[in-house]
Design a protein around this ligand. Sequence first.
Ligand SMILES: C[S@@+](CC[C@H](N)C(=O)[O-])C[C@H]1O[C@@H](n2cnc3c(N)ncnc32)[C@H](O)[C@@H]1O
Length: 313
Amino acid sequence: MSFTFRNFPAARDDLRADVLAGLAARPKSIPPKYFYDEAGCRLFESICAQPEYVLCRAEQALMAHYMADMATAIGEVDAIIEPGAGDCSKVRRLIDTLRPAHLVVLDIAGAPLAAAAEGVARDYPRLAVTALGMDFIRDLEAAASWLPAGRRLIYYPGSSIGNFAPAAAAALLARFRRLAGEQGCLLIGFDLKKDPQHLHAAYNDAAGVTAAFNLNLLVRLNRELDADFDPALFRHYAYYNPVEGRIEMHLASLAEQDVHIAGERFHFALGETLHTEHSYKFRGDEFSALARTSGWQPAGEWTHDGFAAQLYR
Ligand SMILES: C[S@@+](CC[C@H](N)C(=O)[O-])C[C@H]1O[C@@H](n2cnc3c(N)ncnc32)[C@H](O)[C@@H]1O
C-alpha cells in the first residue's frame, strides 16, 4: 500500500479574517468552505442520503450507467486528481475502470480526508494515493509539486462547481486547466436546471439535515472563534432564485440581536440573513460556454435524471 498525507498550514487565521470581513459586509456572508468541520462533513454525507436530495443518487446512477462510455472518451490516464474529495467514495468507480497508477485527493477537511484516502489506499494496494489537506481556493497551485508525470484527469463531481459565482467558477476552471497540463482532461458533474419545487425540496429536507448542516456553521464559529451565536435564534432559509439560477442558503435571524465573535460585536436585525451558500444550476450549453472561456474544449456529455457530467480536454 502507498499512502502519503500532507496537511497544509491550518486555515485558522483565514477563518477569522474571512468571518469578520463577511459579517461586516452587506449582506452578511460566510464562504461555504467553512461548513466542513468534522461534524459538517458527517452532516453532508447524511444530506446525500435524504430522500429529497436526489442529486447524489442521480450522479451515482449516471456514473454507473455511462462509465464504460466515459472511460472510452477519457482514454488512458496516469493520475486522477479530485479537489474536494470528501469521503473519496465517488472516485472509486473511476479507479476501478480507468486503473490509474496515482490518485491525488484534496480537501479542506484534512483529518476526514486522510482517513478516507487511507481507506482507498488499503483497498487498492497498487495505487499510489496522496491526500492533501488544503484549501484549494488558496493553495491549488501548491498541489502541482505532488502530481506525478503523465496524463492527468481532474475529477470534480457533486455539483461543487455550483458553489462558485460564474466569474469565480470560470477562474477556478482555468486553474484546473493549468493543473491538468496540456494532455490533461476534466470530468465534472453538475446539477441541471429543473422544476424549482424539486430544487426547493432538495435543500429543505423533512428530516432537517440540511438545516442542521447550515446551523452547524454557527456551532463551529462558537467553538473556533469564541463566538456566542445562539443557534436557536437563527433559522435555516433556502430557496431557488430563478433569475440567478441558484439555490441560496441563508441563516435568518429570528430576533433583533447582537453577536460577539473574536472580540467584535455584530448586530442582526430581525429577519436579517447571513448568507452561507449559493448552489448554481446550469443548462448543459450554459456550462460548456463557461468552461470554454476557461480554456477547456468539450469532449463528451452524459445526462441522467436532472444531472450532467461533461468531459473536457
Ligand atoms: C459538497 S461536498 C462534495 C464531496 C464529494 N466531492 C462529493 O461529490 O460527494 C464538498 C467537499 O469539498 C470540500 N471543500 C469545499 N471547499 C473547499 C476548498 N476551498 N478547498 C478544499 N476543499 C473544499 C469540502 O470539505 C467537502 O468535502
